[in-house]
Design a protein around this ligand. Structure first.
Ligand code: UDX
Length: 462
């Protein structure tokens, strides 16, 4: 019976997708690999065959995807280059070192006549070098931009408009002055790119913009319900086909594309907590903090009196392997009220009835996952797109509290209590549930659903 069901699904896929193959190439970072693999699954379920080219660096667990074909390429990164926290340098280097191996791999795939014909390449927008390679092989390239649309518009304006108007280099990162060109952002919401080399950053962003404009279209893990105004601006700035089909992870039950192993003990711990009583704390796969900040967070959580589930990634506290900087007796003091893990099954945590709030750095994936589970947020952005997203969460959608000040235990304690215990938290929760419902409608027959249908027809037209 199961077999018959599978066979009929496969037939359905073949007839819908006409057996065309798409080649996907993700940026090798957790926040980028996850949405690319989710997109691959969406396209596969629409009948397309999938080949994923990946770098040795941060390679995905290929055995979790027996339905895809994988091809690895050498990225040529040294250990030091691979572990840098300068992401401008990292992405720039990737765009240089991958050119030859990627071109060779793509040529080989295109010459394989036994596979289904290749319709197009879908690459991460930051891997801009792939446009020239695709052009040289006469293969259409569609880009996937893994973050939100509003932050992309700001990023691509940094080397031009925002520099001309004097916003960059940022003089006062705490300034409340409005950025007139990008309402409702303030100067303090503009992306901080964590580089001292502004020229390299500007070149990276200019190439991101020009090679996106040269592409055959853009796919977004976002939707009209969330970013209507930004989509209108994008359509003017980037006159290419635009497909807003997100949130991607809603097309499937939670599954893991995690590069780190997830500690499922948090689910049994959550099972013992009261409904909506727990604050979940996680700052994604990249953010690192110093020991002072770590201790302020620890005391803020402890003093709030609220049960907390805290993800502390190994080596994410500067100078420490894990949580050894916690004061003596701390864990005994919060015993039963606290659970600390190295990496959590985040989607399951957010979906758990005991989770009442999410203190996040506002990476785009985390933000979408929180919206889709109706969990209100405490926003504490760290770098890049996160400050723009935090502004949308706290000011546009009004589904979170913005922790704007320096991390200080009293401020943290107050924010957690407001979110989990007070009427303000209830209001944020009811608003985020409303937003979640609108996003659900968009996926079930609404704008995201229609956009996915157009994307599939577009791919088939190549
Ligand atoms: C990076 C950038 O930092 C972010 O600003 C950008 O929007 C995307 O790329 P990252 O910092 O890792 O991403 O954040 P985020 O986008 O939130 O992605 C983290 C992913 O890891 C989420 O899908 C989340 O579910 C997952 N995760 C996180 C876990 O599975 N377990 C954890 O314990 C923490």
């Amino acid at each position: 019976m199961q077999k018959m069901k599978q066979a009929s699904m496969d037939n359905q896929k073949a007839s819908v997708g006409k057996g065309r193959r798409v080649i996907l190439f993700p940026m090798p970072l957790q926040g980028h690999i996850t949405p690319m693999l989710q997109l691959a699954n969406i396209l596969y379920n629409k009948g397309l065959s999938i080949t994923i080219i990946y770098t040795h660096l941060n390679s995905p667990n290929t055995s979790s995807y027996p339905h895809f074909t994988f091809c690895s390429i050498s990225d040529g990164f040294s250990k030091d280059e691979a572990s840098t926290t300068n992401y401008v340098a990292f992405m720039t280097l990737l765009n240089v070192k991958c050119v030859v191996p990627f071109q060779e791999c793509l040529e080989k795939l295109l010459s394989n006549v036994e596979e289904q014909p290749i319709a197009c390449l879908i690459s991460d927008a930051m891997l801009y070098f792939t446009q020239a390679v695709a052009d040289s092989l006469k293969l259409p390239r569609i880009v996937l931009r893994t973050s939100n649309i509003a932050s992309f518009l700001v990023f691509t304006a940094i080397p031009g408009l925002l520099r001309e108007k004097g916003y960059y280099p940022i003089q006062d990162p705490q300034s409340e002055a409005p950025v007139i060109e990008f309402p409702p952002l303030r100067v303090k919401d503009l992306p901080e790119t964590k580089t001292t080399d502004d020229a390299t950053r500007d070149q990276l962003l200019s190439l991101l913009a020009s090679q996106t404009k040269a592409s055959s279209g853009m796919i977004w893990n976002s939707c009209r319900k969330l970013e209507q105004d930004a989509i209108t601006a994008l359509e003017q700035e980037f006159p290419i086909p635009i497909f807003t089909i997100g949130p991607f992870h809603k097309y499937f039950p939670a599954y893991s594309s995690s590069l780190l192993s997830q500690d499922h003990s948090c689910i049994s711990w959550l099972d013992k907590q009261a409904p909506k009583s727990v604050i979940y704390v996680s700052f994604g796969s990249i953010v690192a903090i110093n020991e002072t900040e770590f201790l302020e967070i620890a005391w803020g959580l402890a003093n709030s009196g609220v049960p907390f589930l805290w993800v502390v990634r190994p080596r994410s506290v500067q100078g420490a392997e894990w949580v050894e900087a916690l004061p003596k007796g701390y864990l005994e003091m919060v015993d039963g009220r606290c659970h600390i893990v190295k990496w959590a099954p985040q989607q399951e945590v957010l979906a758990h009835p005991a989770t009442g709030g999410f203190w996040t750095h506002n990476g785009w994936n985390s933000t979408l996952e929180s919206i889709c589970e109706g969990v209100p947020m405490i926003c504490h952005p760290n770098f890049g797109d996160q400050s723009v997203i935090a502004r949308y969460v706290s000011y546009v959608w009004r589904v979170g509290l913005h922790l704007e000040k320096k991390l200080e235990r009293r401020v943290i304690e107050r924010a957690i209590r407001r979110l989990i215990l007070e009427a303000e938290g209830l209001e944020l929760r009811s608003r985020i549930i409303g937003l979640k419902e609108q996003v659900d409608v968009s996926l079930k027959g609404g704008s995201a659903y229609k956009s996915l249908e157009s994307l599939i027809s577009y791919i088939q037209s190549f």
